[in-house]
Structure formats: structure tokens, C-alpha cells
Design a protein around this ligand. Structure first.
Ligand SMILES: C[S@@+](CC[C@H](N)C(=O)[O-])C[C@H]1O[C@@H](n2cnc3c(N)ncnc32)[C@H](O)[C@@H]1O
Length: 302
């Protein structure tokens, strides 16, 4: 690439924030045509941002697996992506761990490989749409002329609920689900809404990025007057061979987790649904089943 003076540039990229601002401004004006031209399962032109799932290689989607198997360069989310998956599906690819690399490094790395004709994939843990910081990479790449798209994955809250043999929504117990994170270095206390979700009573609160802060989070909930007996279930490394479950309540889980020694990579589920206890049968296989043909105007659970 040459700049306006005709000199070879150092193949840096546009400042990422400038690129993001430009992309979001364009998105404010109009929807990208690709929104209408493709469905979520389509393999498209460009760099796929793939959800690797929670850990077990079997929980990667078929499309995700096909794409990583064909990749020449896999940029992955470090220890959050099971190395078994990388060994099994990407044995011949160049692997780059994104941890500790900023956009200024990642974007030219992926752009240059793509422009050199290599198959590039970006592998995020779980689903990239949840605490994945994927869109900013995609915007920066798109600004460089590299098309990108999402391939969804199984988020860790869903792996945790499967491990626990429960649902995150349960009739009478949990009508809503919150995917959230606690206050800390990157979230101001006023933006921490865990207490509000718990206060609602029928919300299953799934706390990401909060393993190290469970004690503090529970202390805050106690100080704010929440029922100390509210169930809290922690699933460490859901779907990994060393998966572990720690059960407790708002009052007890902090100490139990300290004893277990986990400081990262766990899903913290606050609410009755995490236990699978206390729910009522649903309408779907009761009154709804017997009410005659569905006119299609209302949706029932499945
Ligand atoms: C940066 S976020 C990424 C979340 C990911 N995009 C997802 O959809 O699961 C990392 C957090 O996800 C949760 N997490 C990721 N993998 C997990 C797993 N296998 N079991 C439990 N929690 C997990 C942990 O709370 C961890 O701190």
C-alpha cells in the first residue's frame, strides 16, 4: 500500500476509534445490505467472527467447525477457548492468541493475512455477541476494506444451565433472564444492575466476568437487604473436563467459592431457576395444548 507521497507505509491501520466512529455513523444512517441478504447461518465473504462455544469442542456449531478447519490463521481468545478444540480442528493453521494484543495490533494482523489471500477466522469464546468486544474489531476491519460477519455460538450461561439440568426461564420461577457483569475496573458502580435484577424476583441473573468478585457482589446484595437464602449456583468451566459446580446462597456462596479457589472462568447464576426447583407446569403442555388450532398470533414457549 502506498500513501499520498508515494512512499510505502508501515501497513498500520486507521486509528481504531476513528474507524469505529465512521462505521457506527454509517450504520446510524442506513442498514448494511448484508443484513437483508444473509441469514445468521450463511457462510459469507470475509473474516468470520465465530463463537467457539463454552469449551467442549462438540459445542462448536457445524458451520463454525467447517470454517476453522479451513482456516490458515486462527486468532483466538486464549485460555477461554479450549486448546482441545484448537488441536482437534485447527492443527494446520497458524494460531494467534489475542490476549494482550490491542486493536492496533490485531486489525493489521488480520487485514494483512486476509489481503494475502489467507483464510482468516476470529474465534471468540461462547457467543461473540456476549461480552465479546467483537464489533469493534469488525468495524475496524471493515473500515480497512475487509468484510466480516458473525457465526453464533453457545454462550456459557446456556452451557451452565445444561450442566445444571435446568432452564434459565421456568414457569412461576423465572420469567426473565439477565446477562450481566459486576462493577469493577471496566464497569462503574452506577452501571452495576445486579441488585436491581435480583430485586425483581423473577429474573435469573447470569453473571459473566464476575468470578473474582463474587464475595464483594454478594456482600453488596446483603447490604441492600436481599434475601440471604436466595440460591446462587456457580459453574466453573462449564462443559470442560474439569467443570465444577459450587452451590450456595447469597449468604454462603462467597466463602464456598473462596474455598474452591476459582477466580475466573465461572458462570454465576443468581435465582431459583439455577436449582431447577419450585416451578409449575407450563401452559404450553396444559391449557394451551387443548385450546384448538393456534391462530399464529401468539407465541408459546417451546
Ligand atoms: C469475556 S467473557 C466472554 C463470554 C462469552 N462470549 C460467552 O458467550 O460465554 C468471559 C466470561 O464468560 C464466562 N465463561 C466463559 N466460558 C465459560 C465456561 N466454560 N463456563 C463458565 N463460564 C464461562 C465467565 O464468566 C468468564 O468470565
Amino acid at each position: 500500500m502506498t500513501d499520498s507521497q508515494g512512499e510505502t507505509d508501515a501497513r498500520t491501520a486507521t486509528d481504531p476509534q476513528t474507524a469505529i466512529d465512521a462505521q457506527t455513523e454509517g450504520r446510524r444512517r442506513e442498514r448494511d445490505d448484508r443484513v437483508y441478504d444473509h441469514t445468521a447461518g450463511d457462510v459469507q465473504e470475509g473474516v468470520p467472527f465465530i463463537g467457539a462455544g463454552p469449551g467442549d469442542p462438540g459445542l462448536l456449531t457445524v458451520t463454525g467447525k467447517n470454517l476453522v478447519e479451513d482456516a490458515d490463521l486462527v486468532v483466538h481468545a486464549g485460555s477461554l477457548v479450549n486448546s482441545e478444540l484448537l488441536e482437534e480442528y485447527c492443527a494446520d493453521a497458524e494460531l494467534v492468541n489475542s490476549v494482550g494484543k490491542d486493536l492496533e495490533e490485531l486489525v493489521p494482523l488480520m487485514r494483512d493475512a486476509y489481503e494475502d489471500g489467507r483464510e482468516v477466522v476470529r474465534l471468540h469464546s461462547g457467543d461473540p455477541a456476549i461480552y465479546g468486544a467483537a464489533l469493534e474489531q469488525m468495524d475496524a476491519l471493515e473500515h480497512e476494506g475487509v468484510p466480516t460477519y458473525f457465526v453464533p455460538g453457545v454462550t456459557s450461561a446456556f452451557a451452565a444451565s445444561a450442566t445444571l439440568r435446568t432452564q434459565l426461564t421456568l414457569n412461576e420461577t423465572a420469567n426473565h433472564v439477565a446477562f450481566t457483569r459486576p462493577q469493577g475496573e471496566t464497569l462503574d458502580p452506577e452501571d452495576d444492575h445486579i441488585s436491581e435484577f435480583v430485586e425483581m424476583g423473577d429474573v435469573t441473573t447470569c453473571i459473566y466476568l464476575g468470578t473474582h468478585a463474587v464475595g464483594d457482589t454478594m456482600d453488596r446484595l446483603l447490604a441492600e437487604g436481599h434475601d440471604p437464602e436466595t440460591p446462587v449456583t456457580v459453574v466453573y468451566h462449564a462443559s470442560w473436563p474439569d467443570e465444577e459446580i459450587i452451590e450456595g446462597t447469597i449468604e454462603t456462596i462467597g466463602e464456598r467459592l473462596d474455598d474452591a479457589g476459582y477466580r475466573a472462568s465461572a458462570m454465576v447464576i443468581v435465582g431459583q431457576a439455577g436449582t431447577g426447583a419450585g416451578y409449575e407446569r407450563s401452559y404450553l403442555y396444559g391449557d394451551w395444548a387443548n385450546r384448538g388450532p393456534n391462530d399464529g398470533e401468539t407465541e408459546a414457549d417451546d
